[in-house]
Design a protein around this ligand. Structure first.
Ligand SMILES: [Fe+2]
Length: 269
């Protein structure tokens, strides 16, 4: 565990093994069943969906899956089941992103990716922690890349690439699915390292780490979700709306619980 925290601090990302994978496996199976319902074909899988859906249908498929993923609160369950790991990073008073992103990246399809970026360039606080979890194993061609040491570099260090054509409209469903309306894409460099993952592994990183993918050059579709968690005591203003920008309480320490109750009781007098 200490190795993970050291890597997080020094390298800017760390690969973790989830303690409990039952809820992750269940999430994968339920999403797969939804996909099978959409195309009435039991052969469709998370990682071969590119063989069964047309280009023009993929946004609709992804939107339906996202809504299902949010409605079922799969991500919350997975974080709760693995709370011991996340507590080690941010302490016991945890808020989580209410609507985390579920992403699909088909092989050789540039429009499915948002390119290399730092989440801090999109307004994330450096006090947030990002977690990327794939729903099937990813090899070096299908996984995301991360730049070691980039978490502590100034924004001026990075060269912005030409604006991609992948922008979403503000407030559109594509925007709600994690495609920025004003993309700030950084040029790819040879130092970016692929981080292959087995099912049950995840990458934990601060939002300032340069990460992403230009194109999935593997042979399988990558389906993954990413979520942000943050300490209740981080110096940020929490939004409570039910969107990807909003946060919900996941867990409270005994100290916070007692303090909150004490204050509530005394306010009533
Ligand atoms: Fe990101």
């Amino acid at each position: 565990m200490k190795k993970w925290q050291k890597e997080y601090s020094t390298k800017g990302y760390t690969r973790i093994n989830l303690d409990q994978v039952d809820s992750l496996r269940n999430t994968k199976e339920r999403l797969q069943r939804e996909l099978q319902k959409f195309c009435s074909n039991k052969k469709v899988r998370i990682d071969n969906l590119h063989l069964y859906f047309l280009d023009q249908d993929i946004e609709e498929v992804c939107w339906k899956l996202c809504q299902f993923f949010w409605k079922m609160k799969f991500c919350k369950k997975i974080i709760k089941d693995n709370i011991d790991i996340f507590e080690k990073f941010i302490g016991p008073d945890i808020y989580y992103q209410t609507q985390p992103f579920l992403r699909i990246s088909r092989p050789n399809n540039k429009s499915d990716n948002i390119g290399f970026h730092r989440d801090t360039m999109y307004g994330q606080s450096p006090y947030e922690v990002s977690v990327h979890v794939p729903l099937s194993s990813l090899d070096k061609n299908s996984c995301l890349k991360f730049l070691p040491g980039s978490h502590l570099l100034s924004d001026s260090h990075f060269e912005v690439a030409e604006k991609g054509s992948n922008a979403s409209k503000k407030g559109s469903r594509k925007h709600e699915m994690g495609f920025p309306y004003d993309p700030k894409v950084i040029k790819e460099t040879p130092d970016l390292q692929p981080v292959p993952l087995k099912f049950g592994q995840a990458v934990v990183f601060p939002p300032s780490t340069l990460h992403g993918q230009k194109i999935n050059t593997g042979s399988k579709t990558r389906m993954s979700f990413d979520f942000r968690i943050i300490s209740k005591y981080a110096p940020v203003k929490f939004r409570q709306d039910i969107t990807s920008r909003g946060y919900s309480l996941l867990s409270k320490s005994a100290i916070t619980e007692v303090a909150d109750n004490f204050l509530k009781i005394n306010q009533q007098q």
